[in-house]
Ligand binder design. Structure first.
Ligand code: NDP
Length: 457
């Protein structure tokens, strides 16, 4: 005769498997979305074993279907007066914890699967921050590369002309992501204000400081990532001091991760863009990097003009063959596969923490966990950006403006708290040391309980 415990276990696993099978059938072509769901579902078996009420209320089938997906045509004129057409998206996934919140991505690879994976992850990440924000994501397949400032402005205005009716400070609050920084947020907000005829600063975050933006928002994701890793290191009596670090990407997240890691005494030896990577054994010159990327919007290869002894390699994936103690993927999804993970491990990596969203695929994550590499998953490790966006919302609604240090201290505290919650949830559910399981569970339970509280809807 089987014990009740075994029955409960098999019921949880059967339920999770059946929801995933149905999802695979319905969305067979959405591989990034299915990948993100699978990573979370694997972690949730012990939760459903302890909470059969989640099964009774069919929480999983509900949480994997977005509240709504808004998709629209964006029509704009380029500098030659040609009419251009792009697809725009906003996935409002879940608003149990607070208004929908999540960035806008402008990149030619954007499609519904990528929007859904990002919005789905955002639900649990936002829940982990402890702040009142739900999960969403949006963007367009518009490619900002090579576009003039005027073209970017006209695109952003056209995008907002479609999006404005679906967002608002208490409804849905977009922010930046790949291809969307302070400049784009400024154009988007200008158009929103023009249409609405009101100064509703809380409708977008990532605005420029002085115009409703929070100090330290630009730095927050990168700094937050390093604060999170600092917690991981402290737990094993280590620190950043004198560690060799490899950071992929050279955008917003990467630049400020490099800045904070250097501040803590690490030597960052490599970074990349989508064309290739720079290896500088002397340590990446951050001033030069900022000049190339933030001022000139140039390619990373031009680093050689300033430091001819550095080495540039065409193609970005090879960056993971550079030996390092700490690897911080900060570019995009699925940039570390099983093979790259095995190379990093063979070269002695001790810590991998994700600044980008889902940069490691499942095979890579399993390699890290099975080889004792300390692994900080995106949901927890890169939550500093959205947490600081929520702090920007608080400042906007309070008509307040906090100092850089005040925001930075709050960010630091939030990252510590996310680490503690994730670590504790992993221990409580029998997976001590596994921050993937811990962060998934800690983020999920709050959302699931909120859904139970709100009844069937
Ligand atoms: P940016 O647009 O500022 O920078 C992106 C960087 O990644 C660029 O250096 C870009 O190079 C590089 N990149 C893009 N695609 C690829 C690719 N296929 N292969 C290699 N490199 C690539 O974006 P962010 O720094 O804001 O975002 C980076 C990651 O962090 C994303 O996954 C994003 O979702 C995540 N994230 C961002 C947050 C934020 O606050 N901004 C918050 C939390 C997560 P190139 O210039 O050549 O395109």
């Amino acid at each position: 005769m089987t014990s009740p415990v075994v029955n409960a276990k098999s019921e949880a696993q059967t339920y999770i498997d059946s929801v995933f099978e149905e999802l695979k059938y319905k969305y067979a072509h959405q591989k990034e979305f299915l990948q993100a769901v699978e990573e979370i579902f694997i972690s949730l078996v012990p939760v459903f074993e302890q909470h059969p009420e989640y099964i009774r209320h069919n929480i999983l089938s509900r949480v994997v279907e977005p509240d709504r997906i808004i998709t629209f045509r964006v029509t704009w004129q380029d500098d030659q007066n040609n009419v251009q057409v792009n697809r725009g998206y906003r996935v409002q996934f879940n608003n149990v914890v607070g208004p929908y919140k999540g960035g806008l991505r402008l990149h030619p690879t954007v499609n519904e699967s990528i929007m859904k994976f990002l919005a789905f992850e955002q639900i649990f990440k936002n829940s982990l921050t402890g702040l009142p924000i739900g999960g969403a994501k949006g963007g367009s397949d518009f490619d900002p590369k090579g576009k003039s400032n005027s073209e970017i402005m006209r695109f952003c205005q056209a995008f907002m002309t479609e999006l404005y009716r679906y967002i608002g400070p208490d409804v849905d609050v977009p922010a930046g992501d790949i291809g969307v920084g302070g400049r784009e947020i400024g154009y988007l907000y200008g158009q929103y204000k023009r249409i609405r005829g009101a100064h509703e600063a809380g409708v977008l975050t990532g605005k420029q400081p002085g115009y409703g933006g929070s100090l330290a928002r630009k730095e927050a994701t990168g700094y937050g990532l390093v604060y999170f890793v600092e917690e991981m290191l402290q737990d094993v009596n280590q620190s950043f001091l004198n560690k060799n670090v490899v950071v992929s990407g050279s955008g917003n997240v990467a630049i400020y991760a490099i800045e904070k890691a250097q501040h803590f005494g690490a030597k960052v030896v490599a970074c990349s863009d989508s064309n290739g990577y720079i290896y500088d054994p002397e340590g990446i010159d951050l001033k030069v990097l900022k000049e190339i990327k933030e001022l000139n919007g140039d390619r990373i290869s031009t680093y050689l003009n300033y430091h001819p002894t550095a080495i540039y390699t065409e193609g970005c994936n090879g960056i993971w063959s550079i030996p390092c103690d700490i690897a911080l993927p900060c570019a995009t999804q699925n940039e570390i596969d099983g093979e790259a993970a095995r190379t990093l491990i063979a070269n002695g990596v001790k810590v991998v923490a994700e600044g980008a969203n889902m940069p490691s695929n499942l095979e890579a994550i399993n390699e890290f966990l099975n080889h004792g590499v300390l692994f900080g998953p995106a949901k927890a490790a890169n939550a500093g950006g959205v947490a600081t966006s929520a702090l920007e919302m608080a400042q906007n609604s309070g008509r307040d403006y906090w100092s850089f240090n005040e925001v930075d201290e709050k960010l630091h505290g939030i990252m510590k708290s996310i680490y503690v919650q994730s670590k504790k949830a992993a221990e409580d559910y029998g997976f001590a040391g596994n921050l993937v399981v811990g962060s998934n569970i800690a983020g999920f339970v709050k959302v699931a309980n909120g859904m139970l509280n709100e009844g069937v809807n």
